[in-house]
Design a binder for this molecule. Structure first.
Ligand code: KE4
Length: 440
């Protein structure tokens, strides 16, 4: 097992050159292309626990965790066993199956606002379907979202979005009809006044307000006191539906997601990532009355060949069962707190201005001397330094998200030794970041 070093990327470089001949940008999702941090994307050959190995055989402590799903780490034996036996019974039936029902029961019993759920195959599908449902329920078209939040790549959500769009510095996507973009209104995250003004300015009313209850796609930005409560109040007052996009936070911050911790109840919740344990999955759910508007019960059509796929359901059930073990979330929180504390101490030692936002096992690092409470402030942080930090940590054997607008995820597989090794690696990385002036 070789430790990562600059020299050990020849295979990834060769594979990337080949990939660019047949895959757009050599990747299957833009943020993986390392465009914001430079260098060649690592081709990952395997993962186990808190580590991944590159095609060159170098080992890395992984804080991408497949962008969130792997809360129990890579290839957890319990997940592998559950998936292997599911596959042996068949990979897909296009029919209801018991594990799908078990996961639906788990979702409905865990997430406070969900009485009925529908599985889909991605977070994008979940958010897209939730918006269609909200539009049907309210007979309105307009949507209110928040700058820097990301709800997948369907047309309605691509205005001032976070994640890959922020990474590539594109405020919107080509190909979205102006008529569609015109239905989406955006205001700054955590800005209650702007939200109230948006409601006042749109007398026809919003079909929905969609929000990440803890934002994880502009780095991590927690809700300020009263922000989500105001969204709830305004939606209730105006007959709009409040959609919590818990694709990241669902079953990550607690078994009941962010809403169970923050005490605000949405009308519709979107889920993904953790509930599929690393397999393609999404879900949306809400009250029986709202959800029974969806076909075959109601007039809102939504469908999917692999929705509720038995292998994905088995992986999700096994992953959630690992998190139900007593103390799982508190251990995750203390490991994450150790990481946050250690990185901040090393940044201070190097004299580098770093702000950390952390909620549970979601950690955001900003090269900035001030608090980050919204997308503008996140964009004002020094992305050049983040890129330098990312590169240096990679050379030290630590795999961070290749974008300043993503979340570092900690899993239950991360040990104190992993955290201490990460903090130790950051000493050299922060020292490199101390050089040079701050840039955007
Ligand atoms: P997917 O369609 O990628 O499964 O989910 C879309 C989505 C919806 N809502 C939230 C809050 C999300 O974070 C996501 C997807 N997250 C990004 C990373 N932050 C996925 C990584 C990528 O796009 O490659």
């Amino acid at each position: 097992m070789t430790k990562a070093s600059k020299a050990s990327q020849a295979k990834s470089e060769a594979l990337f050159a080949r990939a660019r001949k047949v895959m757009v940008g050599g990747v299957s999702s833009p943020v993986r292309a390392f465009k914001a941090v430079g260098g060649t994307p690592l081709f990952i050959s395997r993962g186990r626990g808190s580590h991944v190995w590159s095609a060159d055989g170098a080992r890395y402590i992984d804080y991408v965790c497949s962008w969130g799903p792997l809360i129990a780490g890579h290839s957890h034996p319990k997940v592998v066993r559950a998936v292997s036996s599911a596959v042996a019974r068949g990979t897909s039936f296009g029919a209801p199956c018991e594990d799908e029902l078990k996961l639906a029961e788990k979702v409905c019993s865990s997430v406070p606002s969900i009485e009925r759920v529908r599985f889909v195959s991605s977070g994008t599908e979940a958010a897209m379907s939730a918006l269609r449902l909200a539009r049907a329920c309210t007979k309105r078209d307009k949507l209110l979202k928040f700058d820097g939040c990301y709800h997948g790549h369907s047309d309605a959500f691509l205005t001032n979005a976070g994640s890959g769009l922020a990474t590539l510095d594109v405020p919107a996507s080509a190909g979205v009809p102006a008529s569609s973009a015109a239905e989406t209104v955006t205001v700054p995250y955590n800005d209650v006044e702007a939200m109230e003004s948006a409601f006042d300015a749109h007398k026809e009313g919003f079909a929905a307000v969609i929000v990440e209850p803890v934002a994880g796609n502009m780095g991590v930005v927690p809700p300020e006191e009263g922000f989500l409560e105001a969204a709830r109040r305004l939606c209730t007052r105006d007959g709009s539906l409040l959609i919590f996009d818990e694709v990241i936070t669902g079953f990550r911050l607690s078994l009941g997601g962010a809403q169970a911790i923050l005490g605000v109840r949405p009308d519709i919740t979107c889920l993904g990532k953790v509930i599929g344990g690393g397999f393609p999955v999404g879900a949306y759910g809400g009250s029986e009355a709202v959800m029974n508007m969806v076909a075959p019960e109601g007039p809102v059509y939504q469908a999917g060949t692999l929705s509720g796929n038995p292998v994905a359901m088995a992986a999700g059930l096994a992953t959630i069962s690992l998190m139900e073990v007593g103390g799982g979330y508190s251990r995750l929180d203390s490991t994450s707190a150790r990481l946050e504390r250690g990185l901040l101490e090393e940044a201070e030692r190097a004299g580098v201005q770093v702000t950390a936002n952390r909620v549970g096992s979601m950690l955001g690092l900003f090269f900035s001397g001030s608090r980050v409470t919204n997308f503008e402030e996140a964009k004002n942080a020094d992305r050049g330094r983040y890129a330098k930090f990312h590169r240096s940590m990679l050379d030290e054997g630590v795999y961070l998200p290749p974008s300043a607008f993503e979340t570092l995820f900690v899993s239950t597989a991360h040990t104190d030794a992993d955290v201490d090794a990460t903090v130790k690696a950051s000493r050299a990385a922060f020292a490199k970041c101390a050089e040079g002036a701050y840039s955007r």
